[in-house]
Design a protein. Structure first.
Length: 79
């Protein structure tokens, strides 16, 4: 989808159908993923939701076993 809100809609609907209430989107950004370089970079912001706390996003990614040996970083630069 072109905009973060369009990407969020189906997920939010599914969460609400399964009993989750009071859901707040805390921000957005972009993720640059390279399996070849084993790198993940989180950066940017969402015009609709603002900027997420990218350090939290990186911590969530680091918890995934599939990315244990990836270089995971974030920046406030870029869009």
């Amino acid at each position: 989808s072109e905009y973060h809100k369009d990407v969020a809609k189906p997920l939010l609907a599914s969460l609400m159908e399964n009993g989750w209430q009071d859901i707040n989107v805390l921000g957005g950004g972009r993720i640059n993923y390279s399996s070849e370089e084993r790198k993940i970079q989180v950066y940017g912001f969402s015009y609709g939701f603002g900027k997420a706390d990218h350090s939290v996003t990186c911590e969530v990614i680091r918890q995934e076993e599939a990315f244990k040996d990836f270089d995971i970083s974030w920046s406030d630069e870029g869009y």
